[in-house]
Structure formats: structure tokens, C-alpha cells
Design a protein around this ligand. Structure first.
Ligand code: AP5
Length: 194
């Protein structure tokens, strides 16, 4: 199964993707994780991306497409994948459609995880204390939320138009949210089997 997880910063995409890996046995591909690892390794990509990420802006589309193309070219995606953090604007969504069509791996399901702004702000403030991620400061989070509203939120409509989008409430316990997502995937599976 090829799944795209959508949602605001702090909505729980990474958390849920990690749990879905255990259930579904397919890899979690997070562009945020890939970029942070490039930053930690001090690669050229990492050096370019760090300043952009620390402002809460988006890394350029051509850079992201190269990164995702390389990752989706690996053997472990043969049975599917969970994408988290990509696509993040309409240009990325269209580029991803073209790439997945070319490799014969179209998206099966896009899940939008909806959480109130107050709650995501609270979650990120807590994570800032626990993990100290450099883009979790109040000012940068405000910018990440603005970029999300302006550029990423319309991506949900892209998948809705293709009949692939389901919205899931991302509040409640982590296990409750996981159960909702698994319910959506079971329904998609049952539809596909019909
Ligand atoms: P990225 O790493 O993708 O950050 P993000 O989208 O802002 O998402 P977060 O990691 O903040 O949140 P999440 O939804 O994964 O939530 P999580 O599970 O961690 O991107 C970072 C930056 O990289 C971007 O700003 C950009 O600069 C760049 N970038 C990445 N992709 C790009 C792209 N495609 N194009 C261009 N630039 C790109 O949960 C958050 C917290 O809440 C955790 O502490 C968790 O434990 C907690 N939590 C989760 N679920 C619950 C729950 N149900 N109840 C209570 N707490 C919960």
C-alpha cells in the first residue's frame, strides 16, 4: 500500500507513520528526517537546507524532488511506502504524481490528520523542551504554520479531486488516532478487493 500522510506541523504524521511501519511492514519516508540527517552529516544538501529549515520555509522543489526520487528508487519500496512531509505544495504533488506514474507505484490513499491549532502549538512546545529541535522555537513554529496554511493545505484538495483523500481526527490518544487510520486503510483495501 502506498500512503501519503498530510497534516500541520505537530499533527502526528511522524508518530503515526512510525506505528504504521510496525503494522504494515513498509518503509516510512519522511523528508524532514532525511533533511535533518543530511544536516547532521554536514552534506552539501544539509548545509543548504539548514538555514531554510531554521526559518521554517520550504526547501526548493527541485532539491526535494531529487531527494525523494533517490529514496523511491530503492528496493525496499517494492511493497509500498508511507510518505510523511512530501508533497508539501501543489508543484510537489504534481511532480510526485508524474514520478509515481513513471515507476508504476501510484498513491493508494492520502490521509489528512486534522488537529486544532491550539493543540499543535502545545505539542510542539512540549517537544521543544524534550528534544530541542532547532525549528521548534515559537517564532519559527508560527512561520511553519503560515507556510502550511498557504502552501501545504491545498495539497489535500489535490488528493480529494483524485478520490484518494480521507480526513481523520488527530486528537485523542496516539492509539485512538492509529485505530482511525487503520480503519481508513482497511476500508480502502476492501474497496480495492471488490
Ligand atoms: P518536517 O520534519 O516534515 O516537520 P513538520 O511537517 O513541521 O512536522 P513535525 O515533525 O513538526 O510534526 P508531525 O506531524 O510529524 O508530528 P509528530 O508525530 O512529530 O519538516 C521540517 C522542515 O523540513 C520543514 O519546515 C521544511 O523546512 C523542511 N521540509 C520537509 N519536507 C519538505 C518538503 N517536502 N519540501 C520542502 N521543505 C521540506 O508529533 C508532534 C509531537 O506531538 C511529538 O512530540 C509527538 O510525540 C506528539 N504527539 C503525536 N501524536 C499525539 C497525540 N495523539 N496526542 C498527544 N501528543 C501527540
Amino acid at each position: 500500500m502506498r500512503i501519503v500522510l498530510l497534516g500541520a506541523p505537530g499533527s502526528g504524521k511522524g508518530t503515526q507513520a512510525g506505528l504504521l511501519v510496525e503494522r504494515l511492514g513498509i518503509p516510512h519516508i519522511s523528508t524532514g528526517v532525511l533533511l535533518r540527517s543530511a544536516v547532521a552529516d554536514g552534506t552539501e544538501l544539509g548545509r543548504k537546507a539548514k538555514a531554510i529549515m531554521d526559518r521554517g520555509e520550504l526547501v526548493p522543489d527541485d532539491v526535494m524532488l531529487d531527494l525523494i526520487e533517490e529514496r523511491l528508487g530503492r528496493d525496499d519500496v517494492a511493497d509500498g511506502f508511507i510518505l510523511d512531509g512530501y508533497p508539501r505544495n501543489l508543484a510537489q504533488a504534481e511532480a510526485l504524481d508524474t514520478l509515481l506514474e513513471r515507476i508504476g507505484q501510484p498513491v493508494d490513499e492520502a490521509i489528512q490528520i486534522d488537529v486544532d491549532t491550539d493543540e499543535v502549538v502545545e505539542r510542539i512546545a512540549l517537544r521543544a523542551k524534550q528534544e530541542g529541535r532547532s525549528d521548534d522555537t515559537e517564532e519559527v513554529v508560527r512561520n511553519r504554520m503560515r507556510v502550511y496554511q498557504e502552501q501545504t493545505a491545498p495539497v489535500a484538495d489535490h488528493y480529494a479531486r483524485a478520490g484518494l483523500l480521507t480526513r481523520v481526527l488527530g486528537q485523542g490518544t496516539i492509539e485512538e488516532v492509529l485505530a482511525r487510520i487503520l480503519g481508513v486503510l482497511e476500508m480502502r483495501d476492501a474497496d480495492a478487493a471488490r
